[in-house]
Design a protein around this ligand. Structure first.
Ligand code: ITT
Length: 193
């Protein structure tokens, strides 16, 4: 099977993407190829950070690879935490602290509209390709559910009455920001000779 290197250190992302690409590509996480250090994410856009991660791995290994950056964009917060979602409550990517801070910021707020946005950068045969996936929804009043990761316990996708964390991986994957972006990546790859 064809291989694709995924420039991420996030085991949850690897598991989700593995399921999405099952039967099409073997996803090779960067750590398997010896890249275990943190790649600096110093850009101020999702696209910029995804590009930094993909370029880092491409420069090190010289093979086709992709990276993604995801942000939770809240309407009344003008799109925050957005590109800073991982570090919203501090430098340690602490999901509980991040969710607490967001729920505090929205206390008493009726407009809880939010969306997850994923940007994938693929470096394929030396060319850079971009793919985006968005899922609209809202921020719950309190966390619910134990599946998934990050902000999943407080994000309710539009048309549903439960959080991503109350869904199975298969249910989340059927509608998620990441799966939409991955579907576009797959469309592109299928068209390549
Ligand atoms: P990388 O190695 O790929 O950079 P990361 O965990 O640092 O992994 P991001 O920079 O994309 O990932 O972090 C975005 C933040 O949003 C981080 O706090 C994640 O936990 C959270 N996040 C990303 N995807 C999510 C999803 O599908 N559901 C819930 N939270 C998510």
């Amino acid at each position: 099977m064809k291989q694709l290197v995924f420039a991420t250190a996030n085991a949850h992302k690897i598991a989700e993407v593995n399921r999405l690409l099952q039967g099409l590509y073997e996803v090779v996480p960067m750590h398997v190829l010896g890249i275990t250090e943190d790649i600096p994410e110093t850009a101020d856009t999702l696209q910029g950070n995804a590009l930094l991660k993909a370029q880092y791995v491409h420069q090190r290994l010289g093979i086709d690879c992709f990276a993604e950056d995801t942000g939770l964009e809240v309407e009344v917060l003008n799109g925050a935490p957005g590109v800073y979602s991982a570090r919203y409550a501090g430098p340690h990517n602490d999901a509980q602290a991040n969710m607490r801070k967001l729920l505090d910021a929205l206390k008493g707020c009726d407009n809880r509209r939010a969306r997850f946005r994923t940007v994938i950068v693929l470096i394929y045969k030396g060319q850079t390709q971009l793919f985006e996936g968005i899922v609209p929804g809202h921020i719950a009043q309190v966390p619910a559910g134990t599946n998934g990761f990050g902000y999943d316990p407080i994000f309710v996708p539009q048309g549903y009455d439960r959080t991503f964390a109350q869904m199975s991986t298969a249910q989340k994957n059927a509608i998620s920001h990441r799966s939409k972006a991955i579907a576009r990546l797959v469309d592109f790859l299928k068209k390549q000779p």
